[in-house]
Design a protein around this ligand. Structure first.
Ligand code: 5GP
Length: 207
């Protein structure tokens, strides 16, 4: 079996609860590594630099783009977001399953560059729930909430290009489904070429 981990992209509308799903996945199982993105967005209350994001200014972000430090990046509601490349490569080669929690455009560009990336989309049970969760979070103005709702409409058009869709109705159930999908991906034939070749070799002596 290959020792390299799987690259997993998790997307979901703002307010889908995907952040909480990721926290639970990381605290519940030990084979995951969550990539920390760089962003030009201002930190929300309680967000810590280097833990939730690397908060950088536009100049620094554009330098990271120019120097090829990002695996992918996108603009989302007037800010830059991007995935630092080195952490992802290091963790994958250590055998960790690396999760990128990123929006749809970045997700699809990762899939294009690395076709065996597993794309998961997490969705709340209905659209009103997205609005209500954003309101309840209380971290954004009504204007930003409206912009994020409109962005959700655009992102919904790309869901069919994902591999799996998980509804986040019940947190435990959602976390367990995400984990099961990743475990199943490890057993896919396309990721098992080493095991297949080993068996083919061993069988040679019987033929
Ligand atoms: P938020 O501002 O709510 O933390 O994130 C806004 C959106 O940006 C979310 O959909 C989040 O998944 C996405 N995002 C976070 N980091 C990255 C990244 O590195 N690249 C891309 N393409 N999207 C990201």
């Amino acid at each position: 079996m290959s020792d390299r981990g799987i690259l997993i992209v998790v997307s979901g509308f703002a307010g889908s609860g995907k952040g909480t799903v990721m926290e639970r996945l990381l605290s519940g199982y030990d084979n995951y590594a969550l990539s920390i993105s760089a962003t030009t967005r201002a930190p929300r209350d309680g967000e810590v630099d280097g833990r939730h994001y690397f908060f950088v200014d536009t100049e620094k972000f554009e330098r990271m783009i120019e120097e090829g430090e990002l695996l992918e990046y996108a603009r989302y509601v007037s800010n830059y977001y991007g995935t630092p490349k080195s952490y992802v490569e290091k963790e994958l080669s250590r055998g960790k399953d690396v999760i990128l929690e990123i929006e749809t455009k970045g997700a699809l560009s990762v899939k294009e560059r690395f076709p065996d990336t597993l794309l998961l989309f997490i969705m709340p049970p209905d659209a009103d729930e997205i609005y209500n969760r954003l309101k309840k979070r209380g971290t954004e103005s009504e204007e930003v909430i409206r912009a994020r709702m409109s962005k959700a409409g655009e992102e919904a058009k790309l869901i069919e290009r994902y591999d799996y869709l998980i509804t986040n109705d019940d947190l435990d159930d959602c976390v367990s489904k995400v984990h099961s999908i990743i475990q199943a991906a490890h057993l896919s034939v396309s990721r098992s070429s080493d095991r297949i070749r080993a068996m083919q070799e061993q069988l040679k002596k019987y033929s």
